[in-house]
Design a protein around this ligand. Sequence first.
Ligand code: NAP
Length: 552
Amino acid sequence: MASTQQKSQTIQPNDFDAVVIGAGFSGLYMLHRLREAGFSTRVYEAAPDVGGIWFANRYPGARCDSESIIYNYMFSEELYQEWTWSSRYPEQKEILSYLQYVADKFELRRDIQFNTRIMAAHYDEQTNRWKLQTEDGTRITAKYFITGVGNLSSSNIPKFTGLDSFEGAWYHTGHWPHEKVEFKGKRVGVIGTGSSGIQSIPVIAEEADHLFVFQRTPGYSTPAKNHPYDPEFIRQTKANYSEIKRQTRESTAGYLHKLMNDRSALEDDPDVRQREYQKTWDRGGFGFGRTYNDLLLNPSSNETAAEFIRSKISETVRDPKVAELLKPTYYYAAKRPVLDTNYYETYNRENVTLVDVKSAPIAEITPRGLKTTEAEYELDIIVFATGYDGMTGPLFKIDIRGRDGISLKEKWAGGPETRTYLGLTNAGFPNMFMITGPESPSALSNLPVSIEQHVEWIGDCLEYLREHGIETIEAKAEAEEAWSKHCREVAESTLFTKTDSWYNGANIEGKPRGFLIYVGGVGHYRKICDEVAAKGYEGFTLLSLSSRETIS
Ligand code: NAP
């Protein structure tokens, strides 16, 4: 009720200190941080409520692979003490409830305009303000323009011939209806075996009459080992709030997993290695990837982890031909690894068929189902678990233009040459900030940790600009060139760049390739950003309000 009342008070003049796009984890905290600092701030959100991807990404079995106790905000100890997660990995519904709780607690909805898609954001060099336009033509102006659009909000539906003719129902996992989809008595086809496919397949299989899984590339999946939280564990976690906050902020990827063995996988004899992998496998979670220190650096070490998982697939899946098809051959974890509950076991069910669409690709969708180059499958429902145009896709949905009318899309057209400064800002786009933008740790980290770091850095920056009478802040071209080069060099030293994945744009036809995530470590990255600020925003041009002179 309180929320509805807040929504009705939102009509205000359309000029703000700051405009933020998106009311997910990023936009909600950005709004709170800026409002607390006295900046007039408005969030625009295309959906009818808060939640960001967790509002729409509600396919059966949707859960986060980050453990609940760290998949939340840490900026408010009071909030951390108040909220209690029910199980080791948070379910979509519970994450959405959490974000709704946050919105209510901090009374955020009164400064969020829902059901409003921002189509364009152009920088006006005469007034040094951003001019934005909504889908219905409403114009908005703001001094600062901040994107909180997420890394995976632009869904990829491959352009299959005939989809329009399909007589059944079809859904993309990232835009799932709010009403329950009935699978009972239905022949269902799931296309895609990434995180969304691997999570949804076991759940859909339990209900559907028959499930066909159309797999092009198998994923590496290890057990999640989800379980309800024990009250004593929750008590200890809450008591350790400060330590958990410190550890995640200083960590490699925003998690609490400790490196199990600070040595190469190749230093251990095969039987010792087997035992070490078994230990992390049994614990469940992403800790498996931290069994040794060089799994993402050394191809031979990586192969030992990959082979361990392949052996588990053989042990689990009864039909040896199906087991072979499920075994990935690329570098383990160079493409996003997945955590599952009963994924491989699902292929022992009589109502599940694995279809290899690598050897016989999908040729077309027909009125009655789906045709590969070898056979036709009759289907009532098709589920596209086909992923996203990651990192740049959500930003490109908005026509963002900086100085001289240059668009972000034009600036980044080079792909691998994509340039940002710190993954936060772009030369030519003054007073614009990207929360978890390309070339920041973003999608290869536990996102709430990275989001909080960006929000706090941006908040501190805007306060600094106000205190020092600075009108514009803009990344220097040479600073962003150096940052992008550093990003590429760090990525090149790993196996991430040696495997096709959405991380480097390989999943989208025609998308320029480029590895757009900073993999130098969340803690290390934070130090770099803090040093930049401590040196008076090194690498930026700051233009003063009164004299219009360059300050640094
Ligand atoms: P994804 O990892 O990109 O997987 C997409 C799948 O669709 C792949 O198996 C891909 O095969 C297949 N595919 C795409 N186009 C196809 C075509 N034309 N024909 C046949 N198959 C096709 O997407 P996702 O599973 O939605 O996951 C995306 C990211 O979202 C994850 O990596 C993760 O970061 C995040 N996510 C996280 C969770 C979680 O925390 N539990 C859950 C869901 C998503 P190829 O590999 O051959 O391209």
